[in-house]
Design a protein around this ligand. Structure first.
Ligand SMILES: Nc1ncnc2c1ncn2[C@@H]1O[C@H](COP(=O)(O)OP(=O)(O)O)[C@@H](O)[C@H]1O
Ligand SMILES: [Mg+2]
Length: 413
């Protein structure tokens, strides 16, 4: 974990907290940012999910392109397809002009799909298509359009449950969930609760021109043990209410309990968990995926460089001893790695495998094959050898998985 980079990010975005869970989430966000991998942010309501896609976009090669945050739960079912994918003139009552839709406008940029679990099933099909192929069709249209958009999604619902109830497509879930980022609930974040209270108390003092509120030791203990069902958002609201309404500026236990909701569910005081549900295995796997993708990019760059060299060499030979130097615009004929293709998750975890790329030797410290093999092995293990499910989870086609299995000798066990 790069602590300096982490601290800088927190300062830049005004993110307060130093718990392991928060640091881990930010760390994965920073690591995955330079890639095109899809990211799914998972966490209860109010934990602070919305800052993560911004961090990812701002730290990615797409940072100068468009960024849209779309709340899938707040767009009516009847218009969501047209908002996301555009529509043709006259395609439905009220469609006076044509519209491009977010996926068209955000070409080369990033779209954050908040509350993605709320997407209607029909929209899920369109989304899956654009994720897999970079292609989409406007509502009421015929023409297949191309776009290159990086997707970061967030959810506070249990997606496995939504899948088992038929509300969310399993294949889409796996596509979105290439890199999961868990945002921990506030009750698992220990001292962060007090740091956040201090931040909000300061903000409210400034906002309302009132003296800042503080806590007695007893009140502090209550804050630390409370369950916080509404997480950071709830802490912010309660701090705001106390800042305005409490005459005492040092909040004691009695005053605090007066502001904390008393209904059965939310007054339960929960013991603070130290480690949460984090698993080392899954973290390592996430890092592997990122590494794998980044190595793919480096290989692409190397291949482009080899092509450049070849072209230069050829032009030098063609021009012989005449001393001709290739004009600078030759560069525009070269493959453009940065915005080469629309986002196709299949590409993101495939090793570069054409002959040219294989000529280039990989440094020994980083063996792409080993990483790929481990990813495939783990996915097969998790799915009890079911290849179809493992392919889905890896975000690759069945055929590609079969090839990988053969390539890594996993069929010989
Ligand atoms: N670490 C943090 N530091 C400062 N403010 C935070 C932090 N996490 C969340 N917040 C604030 O809490 C509120 C809820 O965050 P939000 O991202 O909207 O939650 P979610 O999308 O997970 O429901 C916002 O006002 C946000 O600014
Ligand atoms: Mg939100």
């Amino acid at each position: 974990m790069n602590t300096t980079e982490l601290q800088k990010t927190k300062q830049r975005y005004n993110i307060v907290g130093n718990s392991d869970g928060l640091n881990r989430a930010l760390d994965v966000a920073l690591q995955v940012a330079p890639t095109d991998l899809s990211v799914l942010i998972i966490g209860e309501s109010g934990v602070g999910k919305e800052i993560i896609p911004r961090v990812i976009h701002d730290n990615s090669p797409r940072r100068r392109e468009k960024y849209f945050a779309i709340n899938c739960g707040s767009i009516p079912e009847g218009t969501i397809d047209s908002e996301l994918f555009g529509h043709e003139k006259g395609s439905f009552t009220g469609a006076i002009g044509e519209s491009e839709g977010y996926f068209g406008i955000a070409n080369k940029g990033t779209i954050f799909l908040d509350e993605v679990g709320e997407l209607p099933i029909a929209t899920q099909a369109r989304l899956l298509r654009v994720l897999e192929t970079g292609e989409y069709i406007r509502v009421g249209g015929q023409e297949i359009r191309k776009t290159d958009v990086r997707i970061v999604a967030a959810t506070n619902v249990n997606m496995r449950k939504a899948i088992s109830e038929g509300k969310f497509r399993e294949d889409l879930f796996y596509r979105l969930n290439t890199i999961p980022i868990q945002m921990p609930p506030l009750r698992d974040r220990g001292e962060d609760i007090l740091l956040l209270f201090r931040l909000f108390a300061m903000q409210m003092a400034e906002k309302y021109h009132l003296p800042k509120i503080t806590l007695t030791e007893e009140a502090r203990q209550i804050l630390l043990q409370y369950k916080w069902p509404g997480n950071v958002r709830q802490l912010k609201n309660i701090t705001e209410q106390m800042s305005i309404l409490s005459e005492k500026r040092e909040i004691d236990a009695d005053t605090l309990l007066h502001f904390i909701p008393r209904d059965q569910d939310s007054t339960q005081l929960a013991p603070i968990q130290s480690g949460g549900t984090h698993s080392y295995e899954s973290e390592r796997e996430i890092l592997y995926k990122i590494l794998y993708e980044l190595r793919g990019n480096v290989s692409d760059l190397r291949r482009d460089l080899t092509n450049v060299r070849k072209q230069l060499e050829e032009s030098r030979q063609l021009n012989g001893a005449s001393g001709f130097q290739p004009a600078p615009q030759t560069v525009s004929n070269l493959p453009a790695t940065a915005n080469k293709q629309p986002i196709t998750p299949t590409r993101t975890i495939e090793p570069v495998e054409d002959a040219e790329a294989e000529e280039i030797s990989e440094p020994e410290t980083l063996n792409l094959n080993d990483i790929g093999k481990q990813l495939v092995e783990k996915a097969l293990e998790r799915n009890n050898g079911n290849r179809k499910k493992a392919a889905l989870e890896l975000g690759i086609s069945d055929r590609t998985l079969y090839r990988r299995i053969r390539q890594y000798g996993l069929d010989k066990d």
